[in-house]
Design a protein around this ligand. Structure first.
Ligand SMILES: C[S@@+](CC[C@H](N)C(=O)[O-])C[C@H]1O[C@@H](n2cnc3c(N)ncnc32)[C@H](O)[C@@H]1O
Length: 254
C-alpha cells in the first residue's frame, strides 16, 4: 500500500484506470446475459469507478475529472474514427513538454515580468557573479536578467526536452552569450559556483533541494524560491512581489 502511495500520480492514475477496466471486463464476461451494455456505457462505468478510486486514494481533485472522462473520450474518439496514431503521438508530444510533471511532479509555468524585475534587484551589486535557474523552463527569466546584467553569467538547468530546446534557441536568438543552458537535472547541478540560485518548482522537491543548496552553495550566497517554501526552515527574508498572484520570493542566505 505504501509503495502504491509513493507512485508518481500519473502512474497511479493509469493503474486505477487499468483496475477499473479489469472490473468492467470481468462483469461483462461473467455477469450473465442480462448485462448487455454498449462500449460507451461501459466506458462511463469505468470512468465512474476510476473517479471513485481516485477520490479514495486522496489524489488532487483535478485527477477525479480526468479519470471520469478518460475512457468515454477514448470511445468517442474511436467512434469519430480519429486515426489511432494520434493518441501515442499526442502522448509523446505532451511528455516532451511536461516531462517533469510525470517524473518529478514539477509542472511548467513561468516567472512573470514583475517577479523577474524583483530578481534583478536581488543580484549582486558588484560586477561579475553567477546565477542559476534550476528548472529554467523556456529561459525567459534568464534571458531578461542576462540582458540587464551583461557582466554576470546565467546558467539554466532543464530536463524537459522541448523546453530545453526552446531555451537554447531563445538564448541564441537573443544574442545572450552570457546565458548557458544545460540538459542536466537540477539534482546533478553543482551549486558551489553560484552567488544566486533561483527556483520555481513545487512543494515536492523543496526539502531535499534546500539541503542540497545548504551543502553546496558558497557562504553569503542566496537561495531564492518563488512561491514554495521549505517546511520548518524559516527563510532569512521574504520578498512580496506586487503582481496579480501576490508572488512571494523566499530567500535563504547561506
Ligand atoms: C515551474 S517551471 C519554472 C520555469 C522557469 N524557472 C521560470 O520560472 O520561468 C519548472 C521547470 O522545472 C523543470 N524541472 C523540473 N524538475 C527538473 C529537474 N529535476 N531537472 C531540471 N529541470 C527540472 C520543469 O521541466 C519546468 O520547466
Amino acid at each position: 500500500m505504501k509503495m502504491i502511495k509513493r507512485l508518481p500520480p500519473i502512474l497511479l492514475a493509469m493503474l486505477i484506470q487499468l483496475v477499473a477496466f479489469g472490473i468492467c471486463r470481468l462483469v461483462d464476461t461473467y455477469g450473465g446475459q442480462e448485462i448487455t451494455l454498449s462500449a460507451f456505457n461501459w466506458a462511463l462505468i469505468q470512468g465512474a469507478l476510476a473517479a471513485v478510486m481516485t477520490l479514495l486514494s486522496r489524489m488532487s481533485y483535478w485527477w477525479i475529472g480526468i479519470q471520469l472522462v478518460f475512457a468515454p473520450l477514448l470511445i468517442l474518439g474511436l467512434a469519430f474514427k480519429i486515426p489511432l496514431w494520434i493518441f501515442p503521438l499526442t502522448l509523446v508530444v505532451l511528455l516532451m513538454v511536461f516531462w517533469n510533471v510525470a517524473i518529478n511532479r514539477v509542472p511548467l509555468y513561468l516567472t512573470n515580468t514583475k517577479t523577474t524585475d524583483k530578481l534583478l534587484s536581488l543580484l549582486p551589486k558588484e560586477q561579475g557573479g553567477r546565477f542559476a535557474d534550476l528548472g529554467c523552463g523556456l529561459a525567459g527569466t534568464l534571458v531578461t536578467l542576462a540582458k540587464a546584467r551583461p557582466d554576470m553569467e546565467f546558467h539554466g538547468f532543464e530536463t524537459a526536452p522541448v523546453p530545453f530546446m526552446i531555451s537554447k534557441l531563445r538564448a541564441l536568438l537573443a544574442g545572450a552569450s552570457n546565458v548557458h543552458i544545460h540538459f542536466v537535472s537540477l539534482w546533478v547541478a553543482n551549486l558551489s559556483h553560484f552567488d544566486r540560485v533561483y527556483c520555481f518548482l513545487s512543494p515536492v522537491p523543496m526539502p531535499d533541494l534546500y539541503l542540497k543548496a545548504r551543502d553546496e552553495m558558497p557562504e553569503g550566497s542566496l537561495f531564492i524560491s518563488n512561491s514554495f517554501t521549505v517546511p520548518n526552515i524559516k527563510p532569512s527574508r521574504t520578498v512580496n512581489v506586487q503582481d496579480g498572484r501576490k508572488t512571494k520570493l523566499f530567500i535563504w542566505k547561506m
